[in-house]
Design a protein around this ligand. Sequence first.
Ligand code: FRU
Length: 491
Amino acid sequence: MVEGEEQNVYKELYRPQYHFSPPQMWMNDPNGLVYHEGVYHLFYQYYPEDIVWGPMHWGHAISDDLLHWKHRPIALYPDEHGFIFSGSAVVDKNNTSGFGVDEEIPLVAIFTYHLMEGEKQGRKDFQTQGIAYSLDNGETWKKYLGNPVIGNEGIKDFRDPKVFWYEDTQSWILSLVAGDHAKFYTSKDLKNWKYLSEFGKYNGAHGGVWECPDLFPLKVEGSDEEKWVLIISINPGAPNGGSGTQYFIGDFDGTSFTSDQKEPKWLDYGTDNYAGVTYNNTPNGDRIFIGWMSNWDYARDTPTKKWRSAMTVPRKLALKKNEDDYLLTNMPVKQINGLAASTLKKDINVPPKTSDTFKIDDLNQSQIDFTTASRNFKLIFSNDLNETLTLTMDSKSKGFIIDRMYSGKIDFQSEFGNKKHFMPFERTNSKPYEVIILMDWSSIEVFLDNGTYVMTEQIFPTKPYNMLVIENLDEQATIENGHIKHLKSIW
Ligand code: FRU
C-alpha cells in the first residue's frame, strides 16, 4: 500500500460499505467457503499485483457473523503445478486425510491447478485438482506433496471442485465441471478419488462453459421432503447476457445426480451474481451462498482504481414447492438487519395511481422495503446530475425490469449499459408480496416475494443518488408498510 493512502481504505469512490471487497487489487470467485470453530472463512480468487485478472492466488478473510470481515494473509500461492483456481474447503473431523496432528482437526482445501505453460503449448490437460491443508484454522497452509490428486485425461475445461461429506456412504463427494457438464467423484481420504458419474450434457443452459458446481441437499420448506440442488455457473449464456447462475433440482443416491429438469432455472436474473457457492459445515445447517458480484463481459473494465469487484451479501437458500415445481429462493442473511442504523423513512404508503418523492442523502447505503400486490410500479433513483436508475414492475410484460442505461458511468464497456434487464415475474394470485432492495455504493440487490425473484447488478453513479420516486401505476393495489433505512458500514 502506498504511504499516505491508508486513511482512504474503504472510503474510495464506489467502495462497497457493507459488501466484502478486497483491500486492493483484483478479486473474482468466492472459494473455500467453510465454517470452523467460530470462524466463517471466505477465500477468493485473487491477483495481488494488478486490478485485472492474473496468476491466481487464494486471498483470505474471516468473520464471526458473515458481515464484518478481517483480512488475512494470502492462503495459497501458485506453484509448479500452476495457478490456484477456484475450489472448496472441508473440515476433516475424522482426520480421514491423515493430515491432522496432535488432535488438531485439519481444514482441507480442494482446488484447481491451472498450468499456464500447458495452455500456451495448446495442450488440453492443463487443469488438474490439488489439495492443501491447514492445522491452525486456515491461517497457514501446506500443499499436499502428492498433488495433483485428480489428473486430467484431456479435458480443456476441467475445474472448480466442490467437496462435501456424505454421511450415507461415509465418504467425500466431489463435483467439478468438464466443459458442458458436471462430473462426480468419491474418496475416503481426500487424496484418492474415484470417478462416479456425470450430469448435464442435455440439461439446462449451454450458451457457454459450465463453471463452479455445488451439490447439496435441502428440505422443502414446510415439509420433510428432501431434494438435491445442483448449482452451475455458466459463462456466457445468462438470461441478461454474459455470466449467470443456473440450478437443477433432483436426487442424489451417492453415485449419480438425476433430474428430469430440462429447462434452466436461474438463481438470479441480474447481470452480476456469478460463480456463487455455499458454505460447508455451517453451525445450524443453514445453506449460505455468496456470489461474485460481477460479470466476465466487463469485470476487467469497471471504473474502480484501487480494487476490483465485491461479493454479494451472504444469502440463505431455501427450497419451495409450487404445485409440482421446486424453486430455490435466496434471501439476505438475517444479520443484515443488524446493520440498519436508523430508519430514514417509515410508514411509506403509496396508494394506486399516485407517487411519492423522497429526498435522502444516504440512498447509496440503504435498504428500501415495502409490501404490495401492485403489478405496476416504478422506483426511480436519481442524483443531482440527473443520472437515473429505474426499476419497473410491469404486469403487461409479466416482468420486473432494471434499467441502468442512465444510471451513471456506463461507457467503460459496451455491454454494461446497452440494454434493460428483464426478469419474468409470474404470479397466480393477487396476494401482497414483499420487496427488499439493498443498495450500496456500486450495487443493487432486489429480492421479491421472499427471494423467489432476485436481481443483482452493479451500478456506478458519478454522484450518490439522493432522490427516490416511487410511482404506483396500479389501478388497485397500494404500496404499503415501506421503509428506507440507512445501513451502517462494516469497515
Ligand atoms: C469462474 C472461473 C472459474 C475458475 C476461476 C479462475 O469465474 O472462471 O471457473 O476456476 O474463475 O479465476
